[in-house]
Design a protein around this ligand. Structure first.
Ligand code: C5P
Length: 211
């Protein structure tokens, strides 16, 4: 079954909680990034914890190993269940995120490729493949791969095998959930849900997509 992860990129605390509550019965996790945390502070994590859904910190952590360690310790101490980190900083830095995550019984996912058009400026010529290999070598729990380029997901699947692939870019960025769902473990959806007139209904509709 393909999971549905809500990307909660709104700026208002009340709106965030209300959208999360209405979507909760239909989603498998909530991804929170800089927009929401910088607007509300980390206390939003405690507020959303009541929903008993895994909370993924999409901070795309990308620093030296020691700073990655400090960032990830703060993430898991705040109550997150998983972190998304970049791999281009090197295996030592990425591995630090994985180690901290696992020490907290959490998960770490490495960005193999971004989903926006400009991503191809740097993520080409085998870079995505190398990042997927790095994710496997670092014992990450999975990778992030673009719903906007399903053929790339299929290629990266050959490298990561049964590790999780979570895929953003569905809907607002043009990715087709039906085409992507059978290739991945979960689709990550933001604007299509939180900008919908009825976010809960849109989450329910998307949750019916199964591989
Ligand atoms: O609104 P939309 O569905 O496009 O949101 C996608 C979410 O996934 C955003 O939070 C974006 O930052 C994130 N993301 C992405 N592509 C990646 C990694 C993360 O779109 N490769």
């Amino acid at each position: 079954m393909t999971e549905l992860i809500l990307s909660l990129d709104v700026l208002d605390r009340k709106q965030a909680v209300s959208i999360a509550e209405s979507c909760a019965p239909f989603i498998d996790a909530i991804k929170i990034g800089y927009p929401l945390v910088l607007s509300t502070g980390l206390s939003i994590v405690e507020e959303l914890a009541d929903l008993a859904l895994p909370l993924i910190a999409d901070f795309k952590v990308a620093d030296i190993p020691n700073t990655n360690r400090l960032i990830c310790e703060a993430i898991f101490s705040a109550g997150f269940d998983a972190v998304i980190a970049h791999g281009f900083v090197g295996a030592d830095a990425a591995r630090t995120c994985v180690e901290v995550a696992h020490r907290h019984s959490g998960a770490a996912y490495i960005v193999a490729e971004m989903s926006h058009p400009g991503a191809t400026e740097f993520f080409h010529g085998g870079v995505g493949e190398r990042l997927a290999e790095l994710a496997v070598a670092c014992r990450a729990d999975g990778i992030i791969a673009p719903a906007t380029r399903p053929e790339r997901i299929a290629r990266l699947r050959e490298i990561v095998g049964s590790k999780a692939i979570y895929s953003p870019g569905v809907g607002a960025q043009g990715g087709d959930p039906d085409a992507v769902a059978r290739l991945v473990d979960g689709i990550i959806v933001g604007r299509s849900i939180y900008e919908a007139e009825d976010p809960g209904a849109e989450a329910e509709r998307l949750s019916r997509i199964r591989r």
